[in-house]
Design a protein around this ligand. Structure first.
Ligand code: JA8
Length: 227
């Protein structure tokens, strides 16, 4: 998979891309990620990327030209699946991540200020994506989140040929509680079923716990009309 990111803060991505899972995916060449500084595609001495909104209003918007000129240079033939992060977009969830991991080429357009000129949304982006129900200062954190969620699904990245089975079993539920050593810590003991060796009883306990916790913290996941 190839991923291109257009941003005025390329440095933001250096640490997440070097770290942990993503660093491993890159080292294994399962994914090629290119971070591009949008100011590369400016022509004035101040390398301006923003301008005030037509019609008035607070703040500044990202101008369209750097995005389109970057696209013409980087993707002259085949345009990638091009995602623009915005609070008005389609909510990003696991099903969306699983859809996007099928793509050979993704592009992330990161806006700052009050957003991006509508012509970028209309004529360059293929998808508007919302990450969470909070407004961020820009698209960079949202893009990093999506890149992590997508790349961990690339076969061979997580060593997840096994964990796919577990995910389908508890599909649509929050996770059951998990415990590791020591068996007793500060007087708090691990539930005895988990040390019983009875794998049927363990599976049943985990399922009951997952359903109960889902009902408590994410009742929306148990409704049948939500996807
Ligand atoms: C924002 Br400005 C800006 C750009 C993209 C996003 S995605 C999100 N939740 N907030 C804000």
């Amino acid at each position: 998979m190839r991923i291109d990111v257009l941003t005025i803060f390329p440095d933001f991505f250096t640490s997440p891309l070097r770290t942990s899972l993503l660093g491993r995916a890159i080292a294994l060449e399962r994914v090629h990620i290119n971070i591009h500084d949008l100011r590369t595609w400016t022509h004035d001495t101040h390398r301006t990327v923003d301008a005030p909104p037509y019609g008035g209003g607070a703040g500044m918007l990202m101008r369209p030209e750097p995005f389109f000129e970057a696209a013409d240079e980087l993707w002259p033939a085949q345009r990638p699946r091009t995602l623009v992060m915005t609070p008005r977009g389609r909510p990003f969830d696991q099903a969306f991540a699983e859809e996007l991991v099928q793509e050979p080429h993704l592009a992330f357009l990161c806006g700052r200020y009050e957003g991006i000129d509508e012509r970028v949304h209309l004529h360059l982006a293929t998808d508007e994506v919302a990450v969470g129900n909070a407004v961020l200062g820009g698209g960079e954190v949202a893009a990093a989140l999506m890149i992590e969620a997508i790349t961990r699904l690339i076969p061979g990245v997580m060593g997840n040929e096994h964990s796919g089975i577990e995910e389908s079993f508890s599909d649509g539920l929050v996770e059951h509680p998990q415990y590791t050593r020591p068996a007793t810590y500060r007087g708090w003991s691990v539930p005895s079923v988990l040390t019983s060796g009875d794998h049927g009883a363990i599976a049943a306990w985990r399922y009951r716990q997952a359903v109960a916790r889902t009902r408590l913290v994410r009742p929306d996941l148990l409704r049948r009309d939500n996807d």
